[in-house]
Design a binder for this molecule. Structure first.
Ligand SMILES: [Zn+2]
Length: 253
């Protein structure tokens, strides 16, 4: 993970209604400003929060989602981002109270073009972790400082976190915000994403347990097109946080 900045300010830019197929959310736009403690370098970034219902008086469902243009715009099958985004929005709508934070940390923080370079290396046989390392990046360059600031801005003290990523659990707990429940972000894998998801489990400690999506055919040999919406409702309730903290992937370092 990237080093947390010494100083960060967060400014709300906009607050609008956003009707979607799942619910009409409030869409909040934020600008964050960082100053690195060591280098003094300043940087800015933007993030969004889709908010539904009362998120203050009881723990809402929260998803901290990193942008994935290839998955979310083009419905790439190389990863599970598109399906996880829809899973989270549907879960929040069904529950009636929640927040989806959408932050621009494409490719685990290396940016879109570097992610595409990493895909080239993966096409040559490297896995997602080794590809990032080969390009001189950290395995995961994201941090969740802006997301935590947004949760604080929304006065959320406890939440139900949709994630398979132990780093996100760690970041929330380290901030002092409670996790009432972890909800698994499990979506069906396919022939293109299975290896990527297995690598995230094995090398990054992700707690996914997805099933196979039988609606997606492996077209790698015939280049045919036959894709169905892989928007399953496979919400799995994860283990209690207290139990999960006993596992070695959850230790604070
Ligand atoms: Zn993705």
């Amino acid at each position: 993970m990237a080093r947390p900045p010494t100083y960060m300010s967060l400014k709300q830019i906009a607050d609008v209604y956003l009707p979607t197929r799942w619910a009409t959310f409030r869409l909040l736009g934020f600008e964050a400003h960082r100053v690195d403690r060591i280098t003094g370098m300043e940087s800015g970034e933007t993030a969004l929060a889709l908010v539904l219902g009362d998120v203050v008086n009881s723990p809402p469902i929260v998803r901290i989602h990193s942008q994935c243009l290839t998955g979310e715009v083009f419905h790439s099958l190389r990863c599970d981002c598109h399906d996880q985004l829809h899973l989270a929005l549907r879960a929040i709508a069904d529950y009636g109270a929640g927040v989806l934070i959408y932050e621009h940390q494409e490719g685990r923080g290396i940016g879109l073009m570097e992610k595409l370079r990493a895909y080239e290396l993966q096409d040559q046989g490297l896995d997602t972790v080794d590809a990032n390392l080969h390009l001189g990046h950290a395995v995961d360059q994201r941090d969740y400082v802006v997301s935590i600031q947004i949760l604080r801005f929304l006065r959320i003290r406890s939440l139900r976190l949709i994630t398979n990523n132990p780093e996100k659990v760690r970041a929330v707990l380290a901030s002092g915000i409670g996790i009432a429940e972890r909800i698994g972000a499990d979506v069906p894998h396919n022939a293109y994403s299975a290896q990527y998801l297995a690598c995230k489990r094995q090398k990054l400690g992700h707690m996914s347990g997805s099933s196979s999506d039988s609606t997606i055919r492996d077209n790698r040999t015939d280049h045919g097109v036959h894709l169905s919406e892989a928007d399953g409702d496979g919400i799995g309730h994860g283990p209690e946080i207290s139990a999960a903290l006993g596992g070695n992937t959850w230790q604070m370092s």
